[in-house]
Design a protein around this ligand. Structure first.
Ligand code: HEM
Length: 508
């Protein structure tokens, strides 16, 4: 009797699985979806992603083509992996793919409601984007904060020098992250030294924010099986709630402090980003122009730190790693700086536009090491005909800019670090050249690209012009570990350690 019951249950399960497999096969072939690997029942293609999804997806694209179809749990996913397919997406279907997929970790404290990067495509996002392009990231405002960036970067080089003197070498990632954090802090809040290796409170802000960023990047089962959300099987939502509370409190402290100062009539001479955001503070009422609540200002403020720090820091670390691995390129950057800036002078932002070789190094770094290798996931707003396929509403869309940057169809000798390829070329990363998309393209393209590029140019130029760079004993350019670690940004798995010496001219 018992055996009969067990066998009946097993037969039922096997039949259900078989039907699911057949249904998926028939469903996907009859619906004119892009090609892709067969998936397992229930989990779909989850196991195909591995620990380095950008690499696994690149190799699947080599097999199935530049538009790939996957099922990640219950989520239909399309992956775009060639310049041509990206061009069709951004030129002809940008609006259809302009929505975002919000993950569970970003729902804590209603983060996604105040966020620009994770906002659904709609009036609130449009308002944030408009404020950003017409008020925050304008040339005037960015030019007006030049001295603040210079201060942040000077602090960074000073700390790196102190660390080298104390320990003999320096872990580059930590200091470029602290430096980028301070630069964005300066620009948004006119505050010096938001974080200092010696100051506990600031460091706590930095550490908890870094933890929240990490959690948001972890693959979460609940994102792929919405019916498991209530269970939170990996405790990601719970941990993210805890990790996010602290930096949000910090941001809220800055906002309250500024509101108080303004109430007392203390107005900044030069408006910073927070001043601008506060001009849009109010509660949304029907029929009136969109406004930001105080909580949403806290969130947006935090988001600028989130969006700027990790991306800039990882790019700077990769750039320095590539320069150490390619000493002739490092020498060319040094020579250009000596000629244009002068051996005894500090690099300023007005110099960076006169440094074509340095600019080429930054482009080449972003081509090989885009910090957001799959862009921020998009969502298809409506059923769309794309590249001859029928893509249903709600499909998650990933653009593998890492694969596109290494595609031999777009780049000669794609795996070599050769900044020279950009010297006599107009290829840029502003979203018009689809073979180079580290900042994305179209409506949802990175809003901070102008600020981001200045942070990169100035940081890398200052690091090269201030120090003589060498690898630690026992490590050679040939034996450097260049493996990647996939997370919210694509980091160097083995953090770069370097031995620095102050250049003679800088000592004087
Ligand atoms: C190395 C520097 C940076 C890189 C490589 C980078 C890259 C990106 C990428 C790939 C996206 C998604 C684009 C898409 O989906 O098409 C993005 C979005 C965004 N980035 Fe950046 N970013 C950088 C720096 C910054 C900075 C400095 C800020 C602001 C302070 C910033 C703010 C944002 C925001 C707010 C979004 C969301 C835009 C939206 O959804 O409308 N980023 N960034």
């Amino acid at each position: 009797m018992e055996w009969t019951l067990a066998s009946t249950i097993w037969s039922g399960i096997c039949l259900a699985i078989a039907l699911l497999v057949i249904k998926n096969k028939v469903w996907s072939s009859s619906k004119n979806r892009p090609p892709g690997p067969p998936g397992w029942p229930i989990i779909g293609n989850f196991l195909d992603l591995g620990a380095a999804p950008h690499q696994s997806l690149a190799s699947l694209s080599r097999k199935y083509g530049p538009v790939l179809w996957l099922r990640l749990g219950a989520t239909n996913t399309m992956v775009v992996s060639s310049a041509e397919a990206a061009m069709d997406m951004f030129k002809n279907h940008d609006l259809a793919f302009a929505d975002r997929k919000t993950n569970e970790a970003m729902r804590v404290h209603n983060y996604y409601k105040g966020s620009m990067a994770f906002a659904r495509y709609g009036p609130y996002w449009r308002m944030l984007r408009r404020i950003s392009t017409t008020e925050l990231f304008t040339n005037n405002r960015i030019n007006g904060t030049e001295d603040l960036r210079a201060k942040g970067i000077e602090k960074m080089t000073k700390w790196m020098w102190e660390e080298t003197q104390e320990k003999g070498s320096v872990g580059v990632a930590r200091f470029v992250a602290l430096g980028s954090f301070n630069v964005i802090g300066n620009v948004t809040l006119t505050k010096d030294n938001i974080v200092d290796p010696q100051l506990e409170a600031g460091t706590e802000f930095f550490v908890s924010l870094t933890r929240a960023i990490e959690l948001s990047g972890l693959p979460n089962v609940s994102d792929f099986y919405p019916f498991l959300k209530w269970l939170d099987p990996q405790r990601i939502r719970k941990n993210a709630e805890k990790a996010m509370a602290h930096p949000l409190n910090f941001a809220s402290g800055f906002v309250k402090e500024r509101l108080l100062a303004r109430a007392k009539g203390q107005i900044n001479e030069k408006k910073d980003f927070l001043d601008v955001m506060l001009e849009f503070k109010g509660n949304q009422k029907d029929g009136e122009p969109a406004q930001m609540s105080e909580q949403n200002i806290n969130i947006l403020l935090l988001e600028l730190f989130l969006a700027a720090t990790d991306t800039s820091a990882s790019t700077i670390e990769w750039a320095m790693a590539e320069l150490l691995r390619n000493p002739h390129v490092l020498k060319n950057v040094e020579d250009e700086l000596d000629q244009v800036v002068g051996k005894n002078a500090k690099v300023t932002e007005s110099d960076i536009w006169k440094l074509p070789y340095l600019q080429a190094v930054v482009k080449e770094t972003l081509r090989l090491h885009p910090p957001v290798p799959l862009l921020v996931p998009r969502r298809c707003i409506e059923d769309t005909e794309y590249m001859g396929y029928s893509i249903p509403k709600d499909t998650q869309v990933l653009v593998n800019v890492w694969a596109i940057g290494r595609d031999p169809a777009s780049w000669e000798d794609p795996l070599s670090f050769k900044p020279e390829r950009f010297l006599n070329s107009n290829i840029d990363y502003k979203g018009q050249h689809y073979q180079l998309l580290p900042f994305g393209a179209g409506r949802r393209m990175c809003v901070g690209v102008m600020l981001g590029q200045r942070m990169l140019y100035l940081s890398i130029a200052s690091l090269v012009h201030t120090f003589e760079w060498a690898l630690e004993d026992g490590v050679t350019p040939e034996t450097m570990d260049m493996r990647e670690m996939f997370g919210t940004s694509l980091r160097k798995a083995e953090p770069l350690k370097a031995v620095l010496k102050l250049k003679v001219a800088q000592k004087e």
